[in-house]
Design a protein around this ligand. Structure first.
Ligand code: ADP
Ligand code: MG
Length: 250
């Protein structure tokens, strides 16, 4: 679903991704951990076409989306192609970014109606199903300000799912939540994983990574330091940098 080969990304003189190699299989729950500033969000943004890589190769959903390899044809997506590709990728951020003037139901309907030109009736039906699925069927008529942070985040997940994505990217989805609200959001993500959704999850929730993750990568300073099954990496880290990071978060 995603394959990165020596992916580099700089912002001006700041070299952020310094040759990232990794591979995410379909239906996999792929956890990405690492210290703040190591490039995790930047990498997700490259997958989602919010940033362009400077060197290396990146495949998303079987297609090469950016590379600068000698001898290769330079592949630049046009704006319309980028928009089409982003539609297949759902993204959930630390901050929920719901539209404040719309109800939960309207938030979930918005993408399919505006972007996919779906009829309101069809979009409403799916939105109701999705809100039920994230445990918020009763709150469909609430505005974001009338929902807890955890509920808002579950609406944000439903909103991403409404576009029927092939891949879901989660960027620290529980980091902004009060501790008692984290579990409900993780439960929704666990359900998604059980349904076979391909997910890349940037998280500090090591319990989730251990129980739900199929693969785990520890990233530091723009490179993949260590990767493997979550139980192995978390239980028996091989590299000093991994050990040091885990000793701080576990
Ligand atoms: P992480 O998600 O692992 O905390 P980020 O990918 O957000 O790390 O950031 C990595 C580094 O890239 C940080 O030093 C950040 O300041 C820098 N960075 C991220 N986005 C930009 C940008 N658009 N312009 C300049 N620097 C950026
Ligand atoms: Mg980040």
């Amino acid at each position: 679903m995603v394959k990165a080969e020596a992916v580099h990304k700089s912002f001006g003189a700041a070299h952020i991704l310094k040759g990232v190699d990794l591979e995410v299989a379909p239906r996999e729950v792929f956890c990405l951990i690492g210290p703040s500033g190591s490039g995790k969000s930047t990498f997700l943004r490259c997958i989602n076409h919010l940033e362009q890589i400077n060197a290396g190769r990146l495949w998303v959903d079987g297609e090469l989306v950016g590379y600068r390899q000698r001898g290769d044809r330079l592949h630049e997506l046009k704006d319309r192609e980028v928009a089409a590709k982003r539609r297949d990728i759902g993204m959930v951020f630390q901050r929920f970014n719901l539209f404040p003037h719309m109800t939960a139901l309207e938030n979930v309907m918005e993408g399919p109606v505006q972007v996919k030109r779906e009829s309101k009736a069809v979009a409403r039906e799916r939105a109701r199903t999705l809100l039920d699925r994230v445990g918020l069927g009763e709150k469909a008529g609430n505005y974001p300000s009338q929902l807890s942070g955890g509920q808002q985040q579950r609406v944000a997940i439903a909103r991403a799912l409404a576009m029927e994505p092939k891949l879901m990217l989660f960027d620290e989805p529980t980091s902004a939540l009060d501790p008692e609200l984290v579990g409900d959001v993780l439960d929704v993500m666990r359900g998604l994983a059980e349904d076979g959704m391909t997910m890349i999850v940037v998280t500090h929730e090591m319990g989730f990574a251990r129980e739900v993750g199929d693969a785990l990568v520890f990233m530091d300073d723009g490179v993949v330091v260590e990767s493997g099954h979550p139980r192995d990496v978390l239980g028996n880290p091989q590299h000093e940098r991994t050990k040091s990071f885990l000793s701080k978060v576990l």
